[in-house]
Design a protein around this ligand. Structure first.
Ligand SMILES: Cc1ncc(COP(=O)(O)O)c(C=O)c1O
Length: 327
């Protein structure tokens, strides 16, 4: 099991983990952004600075998913996504770092910065031949069935119960930082795509006993659908960790699909520009701008503590939108 470590804290200690992140990501107060937008107090969890390529929050599930693939003795990591998939690029880099081949089943036009990075990391792109996102997962599972134990497959976004363990460990990471600073947030806000990050966060917060409500900003799925998926992933994650499933009442979801997946509204882009100007934060149009805009527009300052906004990354698409022209 060379390259694997055992986690040292809480229930995930027994699971194989392939280390990728450079360490706890910074938790910082955004004073200038608070002043610019008249909001706050605002804490930012900087997963954009996670220190593995530009993989952002997707580094967290990949530590456990690649750990499991190595433990299984797999030789190829099979997954997929669309042109803008941060997970595909992150998976390609993580697989390469662990000495695994990577096969990515991709829908849509493959000419994108993220897929170029995946290719540079040595991944093989297999076009689904269609533009339907859901086809990717079917194709991945069919390919894994064909290859047998030499392959380890995960659906789009790495959102499985095991992948969610990565963000559960992230919850413990932030809980330790908050305890050290003697701060308790009133709310945690993060973007929600395939749902694994928020599922793991809820599970981890419950596991470490940090009772803070979570606002998930859904960017790609209607609320009923994503809520059911998140709670199912959280229950699976909790079962893997041997802890109780989190209280569904801790999660509020808002629908931020707006003009469509991957496109921010004018208002969201204006908020992203303020974040860039005030703090040097780069927000992408799929996840970051939507979640941050929800912080600005939907969150009243909680009386019982600052808002903690989880900046999940998306750096390559963020630069890509700047290339399209001024907001
Ligand atoms: C930058 C970024 N933020 C947030 C998310 C959403 O995470 P999840 O798919 O776990 O809900 C993703 C998913 O790809 C992402 O790439």
């Amino acid at each position: 099991m060379s390259g694997l470590v055992r986690t040292t804290a809480l229930p995930w200690a027994e699971l194989a983990r392939f280390p990728l992140a450079a360490g706890p990501t910074p938790l910082v107060r955004a004073h200038r952004l608070e002043a610019a937008l008249g909001i706050g107090p605002l804490l930012v969890k900087r997963d954009d600075l996670i220190g593995f390529g530009v993989a952002g929050n997707k580094t967290r599930p990949l530590e456990f998913l690649v750990g499991a693939a190595v433990q299984q003795g797999a030789r190829v990591f099979v997954t997929g996504g669309g042109p803008g998939s941060n997970f595909c690029a992150a998976a390609a880099m993580a697989a390469r770092a662990a000495g695994l081949a990577c096969e990515l089943h991709v829908w849509g036009d493959p000419r994108s910065a993220n897929l170029a990075l995946a290719t540079a990391a040595g991944a093989t792109l297999v076009p689904t031949g269609g533009s339907v996102r859901e086809e990717v997962d079917e194709q991945v599972m069919a390919r894994v069935a064909q290859l047998g134990a030499s392959a380890y497959g995960v659906p789009r976004g790495g959102s499985t119960a095991l992948g969610a363990v990565g963000f559960a460990a992230g919850a413990a990471e932030v809980a330790a930082q908050l305890a050290a600073a003697d701060v308790r947030p009133g709310l945690i806000v993060l973007p929600v795509g395939s749902g694994g990050s928020v599922a793991g966060l809820l599970t981890g917060l419950a596991a470490v006993g940090l009772d803070v409500p979570v606002l998930g900003v859904s960017v790609s799925r209607p609320l009923d659908e994503i809520r059911a998926k998140v709670l199912e992933l959280a229950a699976g994650c909790a079962a893997l960790l041997g802890c109780a499933a989190p209280d569904p009442g801790a999660l509020t979801l808002v629908d931020a699909r707006g003009p469509g997946f991957g496109t921010a509204s004018e208002r969201e882009r204006a908020h992203a520009r303020e974040a860039l100007w005030a703090e040097g934060l780069l927000l992408d149009e799929t996840y970051g701008a939507e979640a941050f805009s929800a912080v600005v527009d939907l969150v009243d300052p909680p009386a019982d503590g600052p808002v903690l906004w989880w900046h999940t990354g998306g750096l390559l698409p963020a630069v890509g939108s700047l290339l399209k022209g001024p907001a």
